[in-house]
Structures are given as C-alpha cells and as structure tokens.
Design a protein around this ligand. Structure first.
Ligand code: UDX
Ligand code: UDX
Length: 465
C-alpha cells in the first residue's frame, strides 16, 4: 500500500511534534493535524514561530521547514478524515474523575468520540492508529465503534505508542530507541502494519522497528512508563533513608548506576516525578490488574505512585520544618513550575503539590518559571482545588497569595526561602551570593533537584543529603 495522505486527531504535545517530524522526513506524504481547539490550531499556524502552542527544542525549525509544504494544521476534522488513508489518534486520555474506575482507569471519552467521527465520515478504507496511551484491549472497543459505519468501508486498527519524552521530543523522534507497531495477525492487519513500517523506515533503521500483536504493543507502553517511574520512586525512597543516615543519594546513585545491569539513567533523586504520563499510566495499570483479579500485582505498582506522593509531601514538610515549623505570611519563592526542564508543560508537576501545601499553611508563594505563564499556573492550582470541591472564596483567596513573576529577581527579593522545583539550566548560573543578599537572613535554599553548587552564603537543603 502506498500511503500519501495521513491525518492526526489531536494537536497536543504528542500529535504536534510527531506529525511535524513525519512530514519533514516523508516529503511525499501530506500530513494534516486537526484539533477541536481553534486557538491551538491558530497558534500552530502562527507566522511567528515563538507563538507555537508547545515549547520544545528544535520543534520550531521542523515546523518552519515543513509547514505549508506537506504539513497542515486545521480544525476541519471531517475533511481531514475523509482525505486520509491513515488516521492517528493522539487525543488526551486523562484519569477518570467519576464513575467506574474513578481515580485509576483512563477516560476514553475522547478516543471513543474520535472513533465515532471516523465511522461517520469515512467513505474509503482507513488504517486507524492508536497513538494515545490506552488501556490494553482498547483496540477492540475502537473496532466495535468503527463497525457502525455502514458504507462497506474496511478499518484496520493498529497500536503505535509514542515513547518521546518532553524537552527532548524532536531528538527522540529523529533517533528513536525503537518504534513499536502492533497489529492484527490477519493478512489485512499485516498489510496495515507494513504500510506504517514503510513510513518510519524513511528515517528509522529497520532493526529498530518492532512489530508485535496489538495487545503487546498497548501493554508495552504502560509497562515502559511504569518501569521508568519505578526507578525514580526507588531512588526517591532511598533518598529519605540517606537523609536519616548520612549517606549521600548522589553518591549512592552513581555507585549503583555503574553496575551495567542497572545503568545510570533515571536514577536522579528529585522532588518527585510529574508529567502527563507516569502517574496516569501506572494508575491505569493498577486498574487493569485489579480488573483481572491480580490484586498483589496492582498493589506492587500502586506503591510507585504512593512513594511519589510521599516524596512531594516530604519536600514541602521539609521547607516548613526548615522555617521553624511555620510559613504563615512568609514569602517563599518557587523556582520552576514545569514538570521538567525545556518544556512549558506543567501537567502533574510536583510544583503544584508543593505550592498547594505551602499555600494551605498560609505562605505567600512567589513563583518564577522561564516558560510557564501566570494563567497556566493559576489554572493548575484552581483545577486541583476544584477537584477537591473547595469554595470559590477559598480558591480566590489562595490565588491572591500566589504571585507569578516574569523574571527571577522580583520573586526572590525579601524571601525567607527558595525551593527549586524544576532543573532549568539557568537556575544553575544564578549569582547565589547576590540572591542571598536580597533575602531575609538566614537565606535558605531547598534544592528539589540537587542542581545548585555549595554556597556559603545560603543554608542549603538537598534531596537525599
Ligand atoms: C495525550 C495523552 O496525554 C497521552 O497519554 C497520549 O499518549 C497522547 O495524547 P498530549 O499530546 O500530551 O498527550 O495531550 P494534549 O497536549 O492534551 O493533546 C491532546 C489534544 O487533543 C488537545 O489539543 C485537544 O484539544 C485534542 N482533542 C481532544 C481533540 O482534538 N478532540 C477531542 O475529542 C479531544
Ligand atoms: C515519559 C517517558 O519517558 C516517555 O518515554 C513517555 O513517552 C512519556 O512519559 P516525559 O513524562 O515527557 O516522558 O518525561 P520524563 O523525562 O520521563 O520525566 C518524567 C518525570 O520524571 C519528570 O518530572 C522528571 O523530572 C522526573 N525524573 C526523571 C526524575 O525525577 N528523575 C529521573 O532520574 C528522571
């Protein structure tokens, strides 16, 4: 099958960069990215590349090269579906907030809506690809919805999970460790798999393109994220023990990471992992295990999320204890709001939970992040409080104590303590002597990422030291 037209529903952190790279690497394929969010599409089409909706190193250059040639962003979802031979679904699949599986299962409303729209609009055969991370056996449900099409159209459903990490998305897409494609073992299923393989083969070595059955592919995505997050929770659990015993987590991490069977990556102790995937995918895995009656397995993985909550909480408590047990009306500066450096994404960022605890204790929280804007920060907190059914008065009053700055000096002036929550490179180059001069003495720095060098002017608190 010769593919020359594809579309992607969902122009988010996954859909946008992935399609931009496919368009760049496959100049003969027309790639249309569609989204229900008009503002987001307008931003993708903005002449000024600084206005793209997603900050990701290298993304603007790729968009500049391909946009208007064979890469298009649009809100006309029906037209894009109709024209495409292959349709990627990259819509969000948040954790359910109500009903069966609340707090654990993935909410498939958007995925189902997309499948329904494809079923309604399609006039010719389509290959439908799950790009969003989905619970195992979702492909079956998608097929069921697609079968409502009565125009004698044939659909194949493939699973092709995305493994890119934000902040390095373009690099990860250019040089993927592997591309995973799951399809049915039927002849038409294998034909669809081959069609997708041929797209990636334009730039990914064949040996790195792995084909499996659909369920293995769906489960591998959840399992990869669970294994990565488990390493972070393991090292974070040990960081608590280091603080009690006098061992240094950086030293412990280096020592264990040098064992080639363990390896050095993903062993950096921190204030806790964030991002749209880890927590959601593990909870999803927990739900899946419980569904199959595997309660011990469910508990095992649930513990990874529980240790992460413990770590965020522990860090906030450490700040309060370091300020003589009270932060009431004290100015405290948070440096960093994004869940990691080099992204403007703050979904599930540890910063949200640390800020929440400090605000609850009556602190004046001042925030600076090089990429995350005030409205996003206030929205993150409001969403958390609304989910807890807090009153509007309470929310408004706490937001007044939460001041967002557009540069770091104002955020630091007159502050009792600084908490570093994201490992942005620029924080390392700050002049900590002059910062200490501006702060209330004794100036205290709680380094949630262990990035600041020792400095005599400030009292430093690290994770796991
Ligand atoms: C999301 C999921 O979080 C992740 O688990 C999955 O692997 C891929 O999709 P991401 O791209 O980071 O990742 O999400 P987001 O930035 O929220 O993008 C989703 C986009 O889909 C949004 O722009 C949203 O407007 C759009 N959307 C959602 C639709 O176009 N139609 C819908 O019905 C629902
Ligand atoms: C993750 C997976 O890495 C990626 O393969 C998948 O497609 C999506 O989910 P992402 O969430 O974008 O990617 O970022 P990642 O680099 O995995 O970091 C997640 C969180 O873990 C961040 O908050 C990061 O700061 C934290 N982290 C990471 C640590 O605390 N310590 C580490 O050693 C590594």
């Amino acid at each position: 099958m010769n593919v020359n037209s594809i579309c992607c529903i969902g122009a988010g952190y996954v859909g946008g960069p992935t399609m931009a790279v496919i368009a760049l690497k496959c100049p003969n394929i027309k790639v249309t990215v569609v989204d229900i969010n008009k503002q987001r599409i307008a931003a993708w089409n903005h002449a000024d590349l600084d206005q793209l909706p997603i900050y990701e190193p290298g993304l603007a250059e790729v968009v500049q090269e391909a946009r208007g040639k064979n890469l298009f962003f649009s809100t006309d979802i029906d037209k894009a579906i109709d024209e495409a031979q292959m349709i990627f679904m990259a819509v969000n699949t948040p954790t359910k907030t109500h009903g069966e599986g609340k707090g654990f299962a993935a909410d498939l409303t958007f995925v189902e809506k997309c499948a329904r729209q494809i079923a309604e609009v399609a006039n010719s055969d389509k290959i439908v690809i799950e790009k969003s991370t989905l619970p195992v056996r979702t492909a079956e449900k998608i097929k069921e919805v697609l079968s409502s099409n009565n125009k004698n159209v044939h659909f194949e459903v493939l699973s092709n999970p995305e493994f890119l990490a934000e902040g390095t998305a373009i690099e990860n897409l250019f040089k993927s460790d592997r591309v995973l494609i799951g399809g049915d073992e039927t002849p038409s299923g294998q034909e669809a798999v081959a069609a997708l393989v041929s797209i990636y083969a334009n730039w990914i070595p064949k040996g790195k393109i792995l084909t499996t059955n659909v369920w293995s592919s769906e489960l591998s995505k959840l399992a990869s994220n669970a294994m990565l997050a488990q390493r972070i929770s393991s090292i974070n659990s040990l960081s608590a023990l280091c603080e009690k015993t006098g061992a240094d987590i950086e030293e412990v991490s280096s020592a264990i990471g040098m064992d080639s069977r363990i390896g050095p990556k993903f062993l950096k102790a921190s204030v806790g992992f964030g991002g749209s995937c880890f927590q959601k995918d593990i909870l999803n895995l927990v739900y899946l295990c419980r569904h199959y009656g595997l309660n011990e397995v469910a508990e095992y993985w649930h513990q990874v999320v529980k240790i992460n909550d413990y770590q965020k909480n522990r860090f906030a408590k450490k700040i309060i204890a370091g300020l003589n047990g009270t932060v009431e009306q004290k100015k405290i500066t948070l440096l960093g709001w994004a869940f990691k450096k080099d992204t403007n994404d703050s979904r599930e960022s540890a910063a949200i939970y640390v800020a929440d605890i400090l605000l609850e204790e009556g602190a004046e929280v001042h925030i600076f992040d090089p990429m995350v804007k005030e409205n996003r920060i206030h929205q993150d907190l409001t969403t958390l409080w609304e989910a807890r059914n807090e009153s509007i008065e309470n929310i408004e009053s706490k937001l007044k104590s939460c001041v967002v700055h557009i540069e770091h000096n104002g955020a630091l002036e007159g502050s009792y303590a600084v908490a570093i929550l994201t490992e942005w490179d620029e924080f390392k180059s700050y002049d900590w002597d002059s910062i200490a001069d501006k702060m209330i003495k004794p100036a205290k720095v709680f380094d949630g990422r262990n990035i600041i060098e020792s400095n005599e002017m400030v009292n430093q608190y690290f994770i796991g030291k």
